[in-house]
Design a protein around this ligand. Structure first.
Ligand code: FES
Ligand SMILES: [Fe+2]
Length: 433
């Protein structure tokens, strides 16, 4: 049969191999519906032959999409919770993958979490394994975390690597993704490691966070969240140092967790033993207008609560900002609580309809670490936030169980749930686009 030799690579194909007539090393952008791969190549052409996820027949979820289209029209004065079925429908989750997770920007971690060359962190975006690695020149690149041989996931968790060695048959890559070793492959006619490299993803950095997208068509992130930068930028998050990073699976739908993090209403009830022992959260909370892809509210810390105050060496936060806590979300799945003395963020991914993969991490400003007992600070924040997580885990598991009731209804949202209305608008818009 004629035509180029085709080699399977995950859901894609490499068409032909061999030295290209052009430059010794070039970069090709090749994409199909919902998928982008930036392929550093020398003669190998990577093509996306099919979308990563299968199309969902609208008939299966038609009624829900219709309800979401109406939901997107609902003004904040008449805000309702999302239709309960969106938290339990498996076909809808497949639609979410295509409409949201394969198209949007996902926060996978922070630059400061991989400070030195070879440091890496892994994550899963729309179910696809990726790895961010600090380069020798201090830049950070994000690659498909998938071996070019038979697709074994290369790295797990976080760590440091001089070379990336596949755990299956020891194909070996440099930290900038080039294949430099493939044992025994001399006996495979026509095979060469020359010019082969891991696929590199579109990446952007915002306030010290690392974002990636699988899509070539996703508009740049920064202009879409410029309004949020005006708030978040005040804190100088790039001077915060990572101290805790945990990966967990919680029993709830991913949307319940995003909504819960941005819900200023539940704090007085769910967190009265942790965040709100003096029952002041309602009076101290201010809801703000967000944008198409982001939302936030602020909480004024009591002047006598040393937990949320700026250090005297912090000269950039002024006035009330020295004791202002900002809770923000970059939709779909990045949430953060930013304080003058601490950053706590979540990167969230669906894990079926009734579980969620959560990366939660804590950073502390350098001036506070330099002036205090580091170990004691980390212990104190770790204990508090683990207790808060337990409170939240319990309540959002109950919400996930509750939405199973066939005729559960869409309740009216409180003014302190404004950010849920904003999330609902965003979600409905993308799902019905
Ligand atoms: S799958 Fe990686 S070396 Fe075989
Ligand atoms: Fe909470």
């Amino acid at each position: 049969m004629g035509g180029p030799k085709r080699t399977r690579l995950g859901g894609r194909q490499i068409v032909g191999r061999g030295r290209s007539a052009g430059s010794a090393r070039s970069t090709a952008l090749v994409f199909g519906p919902g998928v982008l791969l930036r392929w550093a190549q020398e003669g190998a052409i990577l093509v996306a032959t099919k979308p990563i996820s299968s199309p969902v027949k609208n008939a299966e979820i038609g009624e829900l999409l219709e309800a979401l289209a109406q939901h997107a029209q609902r003004p904040v004065e008449e805000a309702l919770a999302l239709p309960p079925a969106v938290y339990r429908s498996a076909p809808l989750l497949a639609h979410e993958t295509r409409q949201i997770f394969e198209r949007e920007w996902t926060c996978i971690g922070r630059l400061a979490e991989i400070p030195a060359p070879g440091d890496y962190l892994t994550f899963s975006v729309a179910g696809q394994p990726v790895v961010a690695i600090r380069q020798a020149d201090q830049s950070v690149k994000v690659f498909a975390n998938v071996c070019l041989h038979r697709c074994a996931k290369l790295l797990e968790g976080t760590g440091k690597a001089r070379r990336i060695v596949c755990p299956y048959h020891a194909w070996t890559y440099t930290t900038d993704g080039r294949l430099v070793g493939a044992p025994q492959m001399d006996s495979s006619p026509g095979f060469s490691i020359e010019g082969q490299a891991l696929a590199e993803l579109r990446t952007t950095f915002w306030e010290g966070f690392i974002y990636v997208t699988l899509s070539e068509e996703a508009p740049p992130l920064e202009p879409r969240i410029e309004g949020l930068r005006e708030v978040v930028g005040r804190y100088r998050l790039t001077d915060y140092e990572p101290v805790i990073l945990e990966n967990e699976i919680w029993d709830t739908n991913w949307k319940c967790l995003v909504e819960n993090f941005m819900d200023a209403y539940h704090v007085f009830k769910v967190h009265r033993k942790t965040f709100d022992p003096t029952n002041q959260s309602v009076q101290r909370t201010t809801m703000h207008e967000g944008g198409d892809q982001w939302a936030y509210h602020t909480v004024d810390a009591p002047a006598d609560d040393s937990r949320a105050l700026a250090h005297p060496d912090n000269t950039w936060l002024e006035g009330d900002w020295r004791r202002t806590v900002t809770l923000a979300a970059v939709f779909p799945t990045h949430t953060m609580q930013i304080q003058p003395d601490m950053l706590w963020y979540l990167s969230i991914q669906p894990h079926g309809t009734d579980q969620v993969a959560v990366r939660w991490a804590v950073s502390i400003p350098r001036e506070i670490l330099a002036d205090g007992d580091r170990e004691a600070l980390v212990k104190q924040w770790g204990e508090l936030l683990r207790a808060v997580n337990e409170e939240d885990k319990g309540i959002i598991r109950r919400v996930r169980e509750g939405v199973n009731f066939g005729s559960a209804t869409q309740g009216r949202l409180a003014h302190l749930e404004r950010n849920l209305w904003e999330f609902g608008q965003y979600y409905s818009r993308l799902m019905t686009a």
